[in-house]
Design a protein around this ligand. Structure first.
Ligand SMILES: Cc1cc2nc3c(=O)[nH]c(=O)nc-3n(C[C@H](O)[C@H](O)[C@H](O)COP(=O)(O)OP(=O)(O)OC[C@H]3O[C@@H](n4cnc5c(N)ncnc54)[C@H](O)[C@@H]3O)c2cc1C
Length: 280
């Protein structure tokens, strides 16, 4: 199928992009285009205007300052996967990137696009949740910082306003002794996950002092399993944490798996990831 007719602009600055958003209620920002153009071709949406943000400076870098890593919205998945800074300081993201689709899509798709879309079956939202990220949104009145726990609102729904551009993701550099793990279950490598888990925590003398278990593909958006994490933080076993997951998650069925099967997958992933972290 072909995309509907749509007007296109490529602003050279952020204020100009925000101005276009303000003027067109149904305008869409174009970042990597890997989800948006597919959706247009399938006629899932028909905006009157595409605002290509790829000509705006300052959205494509990864930097570290004052204990925070700032990732520009236009940083491509492949750039994250190849970044020495990400590999060293945020290995959780480095572990997740190879699971995102295929190389051609990773070369174009952006972390900002992924978080703006908030597809419940995708990797970046869960990693950002596990890492306690802050979303930086820029609108007419300047920058607004949204803690990740307040960012996801529903299915493909976030705290971003229509006339805001997601400009960066800020992630505190994990403390010394930090550990991370990632795994997902998929029918074929590169498919969207059936169930996935991103884990970030800190262990001292074998005891967890901080731990975040962020699941994806188990609901409307990425979500923390707080009860299961609390069991592990109190020194409980992985089996106890697996049992507690029933209080955290209630995955809806998908076209191939019942709710119970997905819950069982979530428990399997918990054991798999925690065992691999503790063995590392
Ligand atoms: C076949 C296929 C398989 C895929 N598999 C996976 C997968 O396994 N895992 C995964 O994570 N992704 C997957 N994707 C999606 C891919 O990762 C996209 O790159 C990702 O969704 C980000 O989109 P994008 O940067 O291409 O943004 P676009 O497609 O350009 O935009 C997506 C949406 O976000 C909005 N948007 C984009 N940038 C911003 C911004 N800075 N501020 C505000 N709004 C913005 C757009 O207006 C649009 O609504 C797959 C895509 C395809 C086509």
């Amino acid at each position: 199928m072909k995309a509907p007719d749509v007007a296109y602009v490529k602003p050279g600055s952020l204020p100009e992009a925000i101005d276009w958003l303000d003027r067109y209620d149904d305008a869409k920002l174009l970042a990597g285009g890997q989800s948006l153009i597919t959706g247009l071709n399938m006629r899932l949406s028909s905006p009157s205007l595409l605002i290509d943000i790829n000509g705006i400076d300052g959205l494509s870098s990864i930097s570290e300052a004052n204990g925070v890593i700032r990732i520009g919205a236009l940083v491509r998945h492949a750039e994250l996967g190849a970044s020495p800074l990400i590999a060293q300081k945020l290995p959780l993201i480095a572990k997740a990137v190879p699971h995102i689709a295929h190389m051609a899509i990773r070369n174009r798709g952006t972390i900002g696009g992924s978080l703006a879309l908030s597809d419940p079956a995708t990797e970046h939202p869960a990693c950002c949740l596990a890492l306690g990220a802050t979303i930086v949104a820029t609108g007419k009145n300047g920058e607004r910082r949204i803690p990740i726990e307040k960012y996801f609102k529903g299915l493909f729904e976030t705290a971003l306003e229509h006339n805001e551009v997601l400009t960066a993701i800020e992630i505190p550099v994990p403390a010394a002794g930090a550990k991370s793990g990632f795994s997902e279950l998929v029918r074929r490598h590169g498919d969207y996950a059936t169930v996935g888990l991103a884990v970030q925590g800190t262990q001292n003398n074998g005891k967890w002092t901080a731990l975040r278990l962020a699941y994806f593909s188990v609901g409307d958006h990425a979500m923390l399993a707080e009860k299961a994490a609390s069991v592990l933080l109190k020194g409980g076993s992985i089996e106890d944490a697996q049992a507690a997951l029933g209080d955290d998650l209630s995955p809806p069925p998908d076209s191939e798996n019942s709710s119970q099967t997905k819950m069982q997958f979530a428990r399997v992933l918990l054991k798999r990831v925690m065992t691999s972290i503790e063995a590392a």
